[in-house]
Design a protein around this ligand. Structure first.
Ligand SMILES: *Cc1c(COP(=O)(O)O)cnc(C)c1O
Length: 364
């Protein structure tokens, strides 16, 4: 079976984890936490980075620290992992979904502007499948209407917009280290920001809002959203190899593109000229496909030893967030499948995946 994704865990991860265990710092204090945060901040070209227990809790922490809550509205793209919506919901604010661009699959600036009301407080663009959202246009809208821009960069470690790394393009950026993300800590997340006040506030809230000067004294409702030193040890080892992981992702995308670009009904990931897509996922759209055909294709691939997955379902199609049709998100979602990509995937395996796929699509 060729899986969708698989983390790469090598000797370095084992070495760092062993060191963390031997020091006895197994919980959320320890040197790997600060090293991981500092090196991640440097990688993203930002002043501050803060570890969190997951990408989801990282998003929630940013929103709470910015004071977003009941009565507010937050705009998110309709096509994203459900965590983006849930983090908003947890604050008591209303989730407002906006449609996406057909090419990049990221949130459409025009759709954002149409969704703004007097209650809108923030926008969370998602760099979907590794492609940066249109941050210039989104930041312009943010300025015009006085809104916070929070990047959901959970799938886009190392992606670039006009030569700048994602994570430093809004008030804050949030990354995920779940097992299938660019780098992993098992579970975990990281918040990046250039805003010192926000950073301090998030750090405070992450640790049950405990007073800095008086232990066990709390003046706010806080959370335990901390990462452990053991997780940070894995994360630091992964971060040290991230550039080679990204090179490999790029190479794998090229293997797919070489074999699929001649089929005019197939559309692989798009890359805007001023951006660096890191191709976290191989996102293939089959022109005109509806959900049923897509699901049938995924089943047939599975029978031939290939794991494929559907695109995310539009948030607006789910019972908790149901609202009127965002047409581009609906269409792209129904005709989209993600194909395997991971560090150890070989070109011969990509060839097998593409041959099998073409066989299923064009030979009855
Ligand atoms: C994975 C993911 C998250 C959530 O991250 P977790 O670490 O799994 O909580 C949020 N947004 C997007 C777009 C994601 O892909």
């Amino acid at each position: 079976m060729i899986p969708m994704s698989k983390p790469y865990i090598g000797d370095l991860e084992v070495e760092y984890v062993n060191k963390a265990l031997k020091t006895g710092w197994v919980s959320s204090l320890g040197e790997y936490i600060s090293s991981f945060e500092n090196e991640f901040a440097r990688y993203c070209e930002v002043d501050y980075a803060l570890t969190s227990s997951s990408g989801t809790t990282g998003l929630h922490l940013v929103l709470v620290a910015l004071g977003i809550g009941p009565g507010d509205e937050v705009i998110i793209p309709d096509l994203t992992f459900v965590a983006t919506a849930n983090a908003v919901y947890y604050t008591g604010a209303k989730v407002v979904t906006a449609d996406i661009n057909e090419d990049s699959l990221c949130i459409s600036p025009t759709a954002i502007e149409n969704a703004i009301t007097s209650k809108t407080k923030a926008i969370i663009p998602v760099h979907l499948y590794g492609h940066p959202a249109q941050m210039q246009e989104i930041n312009d809208i943010g300025k015009k209407y006085n809104l916070y821009i929070i990047e959901d960069a959970a799938e886009a470690h190392g992606a670039e917009y006009c030569g700048k790394k994602v994570g430093g393009l809004g008030i804050a950026g949030v990354f995920s280290f779940y097992g299938n993300k660019v780098i992993t800590t098992g579970e975990g997340g990281m918040i990046t920001t250039n805003d010192k006040t926000l950073f301090e506030k998030m750090k405070f809230l992450r640790d049950h809002a405990m007073s800095n000067s008086k232990r066990y004294w709390h003046t706010n409702i806080g959370f335990n959203y901390r990462m452990t030193n053991i997780q940070a040890a894995i994360g630091l080892a992964q971060l040290n190899q991230m550039d080679s992981f990204l090179l490999k992702k790029d190479q794998i995308f090229n293997f797919y593109e070489k074999r699929l670009k001649k089929y005019k009904d197939l559309k692989l990931n798009f890359c805007s000229s001023n951006m660096k897509n890191i191709y976290w996922a191989i996102a293939l759209q089959i022109n005109g496909f509806v959900e049923k055909e897509r699901d049938k294709l995924i089943k047939s691939l599975y029978k031939k030893g290939i794991e494929a997955r559907p695109f995310f379902y539009p948030i607006s199609s789910m019972p908790m967030y149901r609202k009127k049709n965002n047409s581009v998100a609906r269409k792209s979602s129904a005709q989209g499948v993600c194909l395997p990509t991971f560090y150890e995937l070989q070109e011969s395996q990509v060839a097998y995946i593409c041959d099998t796929l073409i066989g299923e699509l064009y030979v009855p």
